[in-house]
Design a protein around this ligand. Structure first.
Ligand code: GDP
Ligand code: MG
Length: 738
């Protein structure tokens, strides 16, 4: 006899893994890695009823619903429903966090609709008892039509009763399965389901008409143009899209409300006592935290603190990482003989690893704060607070913190979108976060502003009393990026990523003391994921870019540098007034001039020249073109690339006066200045909008598990950048500002 398969489903953090361990004795991982338990864990369980009966247990990723928007939800639905490639479980244990019953029941209702054998494990009963609360498990069981067993997974209470209920359910006849209990509205909803149901494969519905309709409903909630669901027949997807196009009826809203209506109606009867202590203290705090004025003020303070940390506290750590890899590169260059291999190691490999690790301080800090906010329950209040504003542009309230984090760096900000429940909301946020003015744009802005616009003490250097023109331009760039990011969200949210932001949960989760272990795990997991998965892409890209800017080595140069070296040497020997310092300086200058020529002759340099016709309408020459190509690795690389282009070495930074002077002095062949204030503006607009950060693209690839989204992000941002710079430059020229 084969062993029956039992799947453990439930919301994130409701105690699935704890229960899994309690049932199997296996030492599977406990703790919350929101979103990363995408693998299935299995172990066998003894019923312990004396005749050696066993079952195979599956721990399924946590999910709030079966509408598959995230990778976790996709695994959950396929595993629970037994869609290809999974086999159907013989029964499902739905774990419910009794302290958040209403929110958890939503998933229960969805699982019931799939016509599976179900047992509900009412977990965290110990917490209820502690607060003197009681849930009527018998009443819940009567309303759901399946056994409901109160348990405490962490204390091992109720486990035997749960096993008995499971054994009974498994022994019951196969047609004794659960049913949909929350009636869906007739009319539009029923009509849409009827339209789609015939396309549900019979392998899915297994001849059960109710299951067929439930899966049709699931498809209508889950499938859209951009979904990345596996193994969905094209006919089914087409039917869903067609049905959705046929009317602008809000199917999601109707179905979600119907389910919550059932839950709201059931709740009073389930709470054996009126909501007591637990809710009362929470409510008082909530009054404050989600108050439009007080809550908002507090939130601004919290965010100010987080940002202070992201910008200032991580600064020394970032410098330390950068300094370490610079030193390592220099040390390597000292030890090894000069040559291509050494160059490859220092400028390719070591610089590449440094480029990956330099993000870690901000990632660690941001996730430390986010997981504390998330675990304590504060994040749910923030989402609630911001939801109305964000919804106006089609984003969820949960997008606010990631968007704001984008001001520091898009990498952790994109990873932070994982707290969102819906795929559509995540994608939308990921697609606009990279527009926010991240700190890598600052060196570029600083260089351009300082070189091209009058300083505070110069004529015309004041914008408003007390506000210099330079500062005003910097503030303007921040505002510009914010407005553009929101506008992009509004447009994408109404076109490519159409749909509603996830309706906020009707119940705020209880406050809990964040557990250091769980916070630590989340931070560690994110850091590990970033380094191992995005890191490899970043490393490869750095090496490719290095090669682009280094090869070919045997380019024909306009000057014979070797001959000049010899000449300089000879001059120094002939003229006693020229000392060693003079010689060293001459050699250094020749070396820089040679590097500059080599860069121009490199593939990257040739590319920069090749794209001049494309960027000339923006006011850029081919030297800026080389800088732009370098900047696609990372924006701040623009500054050092320009340093090499202008023969100043790659040590030049945005503060360096010679680089500024060079920029001011650059002329076109016809003698016009290359860098006018208008060109500067056009260049800053380009940097504000172009997707010039391969690390961002690597992270989007990793988070979406596809190349499609990073490609789209790259194309749309770069196109937008070109168009905006074109408008700025040509508009300015037309107005006579050029
Ligand atoms: P999962 O995300 O659903 O797998 O949840 P976990 O099993 O990782 O549990 C989440 C947290 O809830 C952990 O800190 C557990 O120790 C805790 N927990 C699980 N079951 C109970 C319970 O019955 N009572 C209490 N008080 N805590 C529990
Ligand atoms: Mg788990």
């Amino acid at each position: 006899m084969t062993r029956p398969v039992l799947a453990i489903a439930g919301n994130p953090n409701c105690g699935k893994t704890t229960l899994f361990n309690a049932l199997t004795g296996a030492n599977a991982k406990v703790g919350n890695y929101p979103g990363i338990t995408v693998e299935r864990r299995e172990a066998s369980m003894q019923f312990g009823d004396g005749d050696g009966r066993e079952a195979q247990l599956l721990d399924i990723p946590g999910t709030y619903s079966l509408s598959a928007r995230t990778a976790e939800e996709q695994v959950a639905i396929t595993a629970i429903a037994g869609l290809h490639p999974y086999e159907e479980p013989d029964a499902v244990i739905v774990v419910v966090d009794a302290t958040q019953l209403a929110r958890n029941l939503y998933l229960v209702l969805q699982v019931l609709e799939l016509r599976l054998k179900v047992v509900v494990a009412l977990n965290m009963s110990d917490v209820l008892t502690k607060h003197g609360l009681k849930l009527d498990a018998a009443e819940l069981s009567r309303r759901l039509g399946v056994p409901v067993v109160p348990i405490s997974a962490s204390r091992g209470q109720g486990i035997a009763a749960l096993k008995r209920a499971l054994a009974q359910v498994l022994d019951a006849p196969d047609d004794q399965v659960s049913s949909a209990v929350a009636p869906l509205p007739n009319g539009e909803v029923a009509a849409a389901i009827e339209r789609v149901a015939p396309e549900v494969p019979s392998g899915w519905s297994r001849g059960d008409e109710q299951r067929r309709r439930s899966l049709a409903c699931w498809a209508l909630l889950s499938l859209d143009q951009g979904d990345e669901l596996w193994h969905v027949p094209e006919a089914l997807r087409a039917a869903v899209l067609q049905s959705r196009a046929a009317s602008d009826f809000d199917f999601d809203q109707a179905v979600v409300s119907a389910r919550y209506a059932w839950i709201d109606a059931a709740m009073p009867a389930l709470l054996a006592e009126p909501p007591g202590v637990l809710r009362r203290s929470t409510d008082a705090v909530d009054k404050l935290l989600i108050h439009p004025v007080a809550g908002f003020t507090l939130f601004v303070l919290v965010m100010a603190f987080v940002f202070q940390a992201l910008f200032s506290w991580s600064g020394p750590a970032i410098d330390a990482v950068g300094g370490f890899f610079d030193a390592l590169g220099a040390a390597t260059a000292d030890v090894l003989p000069p040559g291509l291999i050494t160059d490859f190691l220092t400028d390719g490999v070591i610089a590449g690893v440094g480029a990956v690790l330099v993000f870690l301080p901000q990632i660690l800090l941001l996730f430390l704060f986010i997981s504390i906010m998330e675990d304590s329950g504060y994040m749910a209040r923030v989402a609630f607070l911001m939801d109305r504003i964000m919804k106006a542009i089609g984003l969820t309230g949960r997008a606010f913190v990631p968007m704001l984090s984008g001001f520091a760096c898009a990498i952790p900000a994109i990873m932070a979108t994982r707290t969102m429940e819906r795929r559509r909301d995540r994608m939308l946020t990921m697609m606009v976060v990279p527009i926010m003015t991240c700190s890598a744009r600052l060196p570029v802005y600083t260089l351009i502003i300082a070189a091209l616009y009058p300083g505070p003490d110069e004529p015309g250097g004041s914008f408003l009393p007390g506000l210099s023109l330079q500062a005003a331009i910097m503030v303007g760039m921040y505002l510009f990026s914010t407005v553009l990011a929101l506008a992009a969200a509004a447009v994408l949210g109404r076109t490519l990523l159409r749909g509603r932001a996830a309706p906020l949960l009707l119940e705020l989760p209880p406050y809990r003391m964040p557990m250091p272990r769980s916070v630590g795990r989340m931070v560690w997991e994110r850091a590990r994921l970033f380094v191992t998965e995005a890191g490899t892409v970043i490393l490869v890209c750095t090496i490719v870019l290095w090669a682009l800017l280094t090869f070919p080595q045997d380019a024909e140069l306009s000057r014979d540098f070797d001959a000049e070296q010899t000449a300089v040497q000879a001059r120094a020997e002939a003229d006693p007034s020229l000392d060693q310092d003079w010689l060293a300086e001459q050699r250094h200058q020749l070396g820089l001039a040679r590097d500059s020529e080599l860069l121009r002759a490199s593939w990257g340099g040739q590319l920069g020249q090749a794209i001049e016709p494309v960027i000339a309408p923006l006011g850029f020459d081919w030297k800026i073109g080389i800088g732009l190509i370098g900047a696609f690795a990372a924006r701040e690389v623009f500054v050092s690339t320009m340093g090499v282009v202008y023969g100043m070495g790659d040590e030049a930074d945005e503060q360096s006066l010679p680089l500024r002077e060079h920029i001011q002095a650059e002329v076109w062949p016809d003698g016009r200045r290359v860098y006018t204030p208008l060109v500067g503006l056009s260049l800053m607009v380009f940097f504000a909008l172009a997707a010039q950060c391969m690390s961002t693209l690597a992270v989007v690839k990793r988070e979406t598990q596809s190349w499609r989204w990073p490609l789209f992000l790259f194309s749309y941002m770069t196109a937008l950048a070109w168009i905006a710079s074109f408008a700025v430059y040509q508009g300015g020229v037309a107005l006579g500002l050029g």
